[in-house]
Design a protein around this ligand. Structure first.
Ligand SMILES: [Fe+2]
Length: 155
């Protein structure tokens, strides 16, 4: 979990480097990191810290899928995978409660309305026997439109 706007946690960068080294010491080659953070800069920095040692680093938390899928040094990276939920809401949920909270300071329970336009975002990647990523796709599936696929190959 990142630092920016997130609850206080141990240093995610030193902890991630230590955890990856511990896994590699056990000869584990297929390592996937979920970087749960608000700041794209933290996710990108972690990518450069770990890209030689892990198979994939997938950013999450913002619910806003980013268009920066890439494969470097055998590591798949995207700043944010995106969401499964309403594409016409706020972070995949209905928009009424978030708007009410911003206007009045009074919150409520976030729900997914039955009538929302659906969106499913994902990243699919292929790893070799050594755990290196050789290709990846970022896929957006809509309930009423053609899907959109973005591809990335090893640079
Ligand atoms: Fe989150």
């Amino acid at each position: 979990m990142g630092h920016y706007t997130m609850p206080l946690a141990d240093n995610p960068f030193t902890m991630a480097v230590e955890a990856v080294q511990a896994l590699k010491a056990q000869n584990i080659k297929h390592i996937i990191v979920d970087m749960h953070a608000e700041a794209s800069s933290e996710k990108q920095a972690l990518f450069h810290m770990l890209k030689n040692d892990v198979s994939a680093i997938l950013g999450t938390h913002t619910h806003v899928g980013t268009d920066d899928l890439q494969v470097q040094e055998g590591c798949c990276f995207v700043t944010d995978v995106g969401l499964t939920g309403c594409r016409d809401g706020v972070i995949g949920m209905g928009k009424e409660v978030p708007m009410q909270r911003l206007l009045t300071g009074i919150g409520g329970h976030f729900d997914v309305p039955d009538t929302c336009k659906a969106l499913l975002q994902m990243v699919v990647f292929e790893l070799d026997e050594e755990g290196r990523c050789v290709g990846a796709e970022k896929i957006k599936i809509y309930d009423d439109k053609p899907k959109i696929v973005t591809s990335a190959w090893m640079e």
